[in-house]
Design a protein around this ligand. Structure first.
Ligand code: PLP
Length: 387
């Protein structure tokens, strides 16, 4: 049995630690070295060792990360990028042409919406927002013949809406389109869209995959070779690739993804229990709650419900801003998915770019990225911040 076959049959954590890399044949290094090199000696013209000729096209530290990502998402190939948005732009321009159309979530991550609205639209790609939780609305937003991509996030950022990946794959495929799932919030440990029917998985690896808030990165994992070839061509042609040190950090993060995600989920569940029924809290949004409209679908397609908790306060926008300002263990900051807990006001921070559009988020909304600190300290901090 080859290593690849062996690893594809192994459990998630075994793949996370071993897939994509064999100890270096020369030194036995157990961890992929950081190949800080832009070019490679050729043994005679065209005599490349292992196919490496220039580090935009390929670098061994990146190859190891890309193999690992493909194994974790159960896809044909993985591709690493300088950021999540770089991955998204490369994907769109690899698979679409001016005149095409995409369906995107009506509560997409603000940066994704900005990319489609301000960059891809100018380039010639039109888009229609639709709620990912409503399969019929997504179907209705498709323009037969021109829709190339049905793009969903699940859970969405920051409202944690859930899309039924299997059903959405059917809708996309019936229309001759591909289903793209941004799996950043769930991470491959909690949800694997490709076995559920998705064609492409997108990650901001800046978040749970990297997991330590020390590196910005993005990834694509694709189901089939035809798409892989187009993405590989555009990855090299557009050049939005990560450097070897960034790849090393992201790959190191992936090895502990399973244990981190379990603790993120444990702590998030405790935070949800604390916030539920708190007099200053109007609504708690978490797919693990039975009253969450996406709970049944989330239970089917996710292992657990993740580390992001959103909630609305009773006192309106000023109260939400005050709670963010009073928190101490929860650091006020953008991003999510790191070991440390973060708090933010989406309306003024991560989602400011959608203010005034159909994608605007409620002004009294707070988003927590629940970290892996001691749970009691997190609850005490929220208690103090809520006043
Ligand atoms: C769901 C989601 N997708 C994509 C991105 C973009 O990734 P990056 O910031 O790495 O470019 C983000 C960033 O916050 C995100 O939350």
């Amino acid at each position: 049995m080859s290593t690849h076959e062996h690893q594809s049959k192994s459990g998630f954590e075994t793949r996370a630690i071993h897939a994509g890399y064999e100890p270096d044949p020369m030194t036995g290094a157990v961890i992929p070295p950081i190949y800080a090199t832009s070019t490679y000696k050729q043994d005679g013209v065209g005599g490349m060792r292992g196919g490496y000729e220039y580090s935009r096209s390929g670098n061994p530290t990146r190859t190891a990360l890309e193999g690992n990502l493909a194994a974790l998402e159960e896809g044909e190939r993985g591709f690493a990028f300088a950021s999540g948005l770089a991955a998204e732009d490369t994907l769109v321009r690899a698979l679409c042409r001016p005149g095409d159309h995409a369906v995107i979530p009506d509560d997409a991550y603000g940066g994704t919406y900005r990319l489609f609205d301000k960059v891809e639209r100018v380039w010639g790609l039109d888009h229609s927002p639709a709620p990912v939780s409503d399969v019929d609305a997504v179907r209705a937003a498709i323009r037969p013949g021109t829709t190339r991509l049905v793009w969903v996030e699940t859970p969405t950022n920051p409202l944690l809406n859930i899309g039924d990946i299997e059903a959405l794959a059917g809708v996309a495929h019936d229309a001759g389109a591909l289903l793209v799932v941004d799996n950043t919030f769930a991470s491959p440990y909690l949800q694997q869209p490709i076995p559920l029917g998705a064609d492409i998985v997108v990650h901001s690896t800046t978040k749970y995959c990297g997991g330590h808030s020390d590196v910005v990165g993005g990834a694509l994992v694709v189901r089939d070779l035809e798409v892989a070839e187009k993405v590989a061509f555009h990855q090299n042609s557009m050049g939005a690739v990560p450097g070897p040190f960034d790849c090393f950090l992201t790959h190191r993060g992936l090895k502990t993804l399973g244990v981190r995600m379990d603790r993120h989920c444990d702590n998030a569940e405790k935070v949800v229990a604390f916030l539920t029924g708190h007099p200053k809290v109007e609504q708690v949004i978490y797919p693990g709650l039975e009253e969450h409209p996406g709970h049944t679908v989330a239970s089917r397609q996710m292992k657990r419900f993740g580390g992001i908790v959103s909630f609305r306060v009773t006192g309106g926008e000023q109260e939400a801003l005050d709670v963010c300002a009073r928190a101490e263990v929860f650091t006020l900051g953008e991003s999510l998915g790191g070991v440390e807990s973060l708090i933010e006001h989406p309306g003024r921070m991560t989602h400011a770019s959608v203010a005034g559009t159909d994608l605007e988020v409620p002004a009294d909304l707070i988003r927590l990225s629940v970290g892996i600190e001691t749970a009691d300290d997190l609850l005490a901090d929220l208690d103090r911040a809520l006043g």
